[in-house]
Design a protein around this ligand. Structure first.
Ligand SMILES: [Zn+2]
Length: 207
C-alpha cells in the first residue's frame, strides 16, 4: 500500500506541537493539511517479521511505519478509514515489520500496575476497586515470593484483615488463582485495546 507523504506528515503533525514539520526534505505547515481520524480503533498490533506479536502502538505510529516502508499492513480495522483531503486509507489494526527485530522474549514485567491490570483492578478478595494495594498471598515474612503467582491485587481493608496469614488461615477466598500472564495474553486481555483482527496472531504466540 502506498501512502502519500502528505498523509504521513499530517499524522506526525497531529502528534507534535510545532507549526511545521520536515519529512524527507519537505516541510509541511500544520495548517496546510487537514485530516481526521474516524472510528475508535486507535491501537495497532505490531508483529515482528516472523508474525509474532511485538507490541501495541498508536495508529499514527503505525501509519508512519507503513509509510516509511518499515512495515506492511496485515489487517485493517473493519470499516474504519483515515481520510486526507483527497484520499482515504484503511485504518490499520495489525501491521508487520519488514525486518526482523531481535527482541528476545522477556515476558511481561512484574510491576504493580501490571498486576493491577491482570486482576482487572479489583481486590481479589472482596472485589472493590478502591484503595488498592498489593498482597503477598503467602506473606513475605513466611517465605512468600515476590512473584506473579504470589502477588494479588487487594484493597487496604482486606490486606489489613488478612494480616500475616494465608488466605486459608484468614478464611478469605481468592477470586482467581494468580498466574503469570503470557505476553500474548497480556496484549490481548490486559492492554484494554483488544481488537478481533488481532486474535489469530496472538493465539499463535501463546500456543
Ligand atoms: Zn478487599
Amino acid at each position: 500500500m502506498a501512502l502519500s507523504l502528505r498523509l504521513a506528515a499530517t499524522l506526525i503533525i497531529a502528534n507534535t506541537s510545532s507549526s511545521s514539520i520536515a519529512l524527507h526534505g519537505h516541510t509541511f505547515a500544520r495548517t496546510e493539511i487537514w485530516f481526521y481520524l474516524k472510528g475508535v480503533n486507535s491501537r495497532v498490533l505490531v508483529l515482528n517479521q516472523d508474525f509474532s506479536p511485538l507490541m501495541v502502538c498508536s495508529v499514527e505510529r503505525a501509519f508512519i511505519l507503513v509509510y516509511l516502508n518499515k512495515s506492511e499492513m496485515v489487517r485493517s480495522a473493519n470499516g474504519h478509514k483515515i481520510h486526507s483531503i483527497t484520499r482515504s486509507f484503511p485504518l490499520p489494526s495489525v501491521i508487520r515489520l519488514n525486518r526482523y527485530v531481535n527482541a528476545p522474549y522477556k515476558g511481561v514485567n512484574l510491576t504493580r500496575q501490571n498486576i493491577f491490570k491482570r486482576d482487572n483492578s479489583e481486590c481479589q478478595y472482596c472485589g472493590t476497586r478502591r484503595d488498592l494495594t498489593l498482597d503477598h498471598v503467602v506473606p513475605s515474612s513466611r517465605g512468600g515470593q515476590h512473584s506473579w503467582t504470589n502477588l494479588v491485587t487487594a484493597c487496604k481493608k482486606c490486606n489489613a484483615k488478612k494480616g500475616d496469614r494465608t488466605p486459608e488461615e484468614a478464611g478469605m477466598e481468592l477470586k482467581r488463582k494468580p498466574y503469570k500472564p503470557s505476553y500474548a495474553l497480556f496484549l490481548r486481555d490486559v492492554t484494554g485495546a483488544h481488537h478481533n483482527e488481532w486474535d489469530e496472531f496472538l493465539e499463535a504466540k501463546s500456543a
